[in-house]
Design a protein around this ligand. Sequence first.
Ligand code: ZN
Length: 527
Amino acid sequence: MYIRLSREDGDKQESESIGNQRKILQRYIKENNLILIKEYIDDGVSGTTFNRPGFNELLQDIENKSINMVITKDLSRLGRDYIKTGEYIENYFPEKNIRYVAITDGIDTYIDSTNNDITPFKAIMNDMYAKDISKKIRSVYKEKQKNGENLCSIPAYGYKKHPNIKNKLVIDENVADIVRKIFDMYANEHGSVEIVNYLNNNKYLSPTGYRKTGIIQDKNKTNYDWNEVTICNMLKNEVYIGNTIQNKKTVVSYKVKKIRTVEKENQIRVNNTHEPIIDRDIFDKVNSILEKKGTNTKLKYDYLLRGFLYCYHCKRKLQIVLKNNSRRNAKSHPYITCSNYKSRGCYPLNINYEKFEKHILYVVRKIIPIYADKEIFYSVYEKYQNKTLDIREGFKRKLTQLDKVIYEINNNLGTMYMDKLKGVLLEEDYIRYSQKLIFERTNLTKQKEELQQKLAKTEEKINKENKTKELDELIENFLKSEKIHKMYLYRLINKIEIDKDKNVYIYFNFSKLNSINENLDDSIKIE
Ligand SMILES: [Zn+2]
């Protein structure tokens, strides 16, 4: 018998008291004709750690082979750390031939029960494993960057790489006027749909088309159409006012290889790195219009299922595109289509995205509550939602970096001054170099102050204790309401494939759900 009680875990209820746990365990032992060897108790030890005297004693006895079975009232008595708990249940106990029973959770590793298929643990463990690997990949990536390999290789439309200076942009005059036109139109209240139509009607090739073919405008063009997403991204891109913002995108999850925008505070920004195409005034005007349209455009473009959809036939990621009705002012609808349809003769699919999303959510919502244990969601969420802490660490790291750079600049200034005194450096060169460095230092110091303020705000946020409420709301939202938090979808769904007959195959991250899905194929067919 293993009994654990901890106030930190919120075990205030009588049902968790040592006496009550003991009663339940003893009754179970009697009813099942088991022999009690020993009772192990941890009183006042949190379930997040496995370094507990009672539990250690239990492990010792397992090693000594003096017990062959472990019983707890429920899983959380064994531990609140779902990953480690899973390790014990799935690896350690079976390895040592220990039968484990969590009475109220119906887990008995001796009986081949469905409850033993504790897939959530597996999923979480797989997560951790994958996370580890993706960390390794990322460090290779960083190593490459350190070695000077230019990994971000495509300049924004309107710019090209400097012929001589590495990592420097110059204006691509061939298409800069198109960029100016786009900003002008938007600043003069022409919407993005209108801009898209203007560009497509005038047979301009999209940025991708231009990059691949070098052709700006082609009367006979059949593909490389512009779309609203491209326009929207361009209008927001500060590259056009001469700023460079790096670390803009990150892989959102090791599971879904989706690129996501990094929070502004974690981006690396350097102003005035190259010649601007757009005046600050126009850029600001455009962005204030964009902001007014605000959440609306965001919702429109960040499709919930983007990143999940794959073509059943060619296995490529499916595209969600806006189809413009030929009639003017007609509402445009997002459609799902295979990106290989035109180029490699795959199937067009042509599925109404909105309807499709509704249907998928219906299916997901129907399946999940049957298996979703609120507590598990809660715990998984907390593990991953330590983002704020990560952000704080990010700020701290960046502050250290900034300090280092500022220190180096000061050092360089000192050396340069000495060189000037020694006559190694010409007076005019000294002035030029030092001015540049001092300018940079001023910039960095400003950045540093901003960062310090943000850090203070983040600390405040961490200290606030309204976290639990937010979590509960999210779970409620997920299980009941209209909206589903995208984060949950990442946890739940691996991918969704669609075939030419509009059959849908949902691959869940939980194997238990996958087996159900197979029988659902017919019912989730959509027209
Ligand atoms: Zn395809």
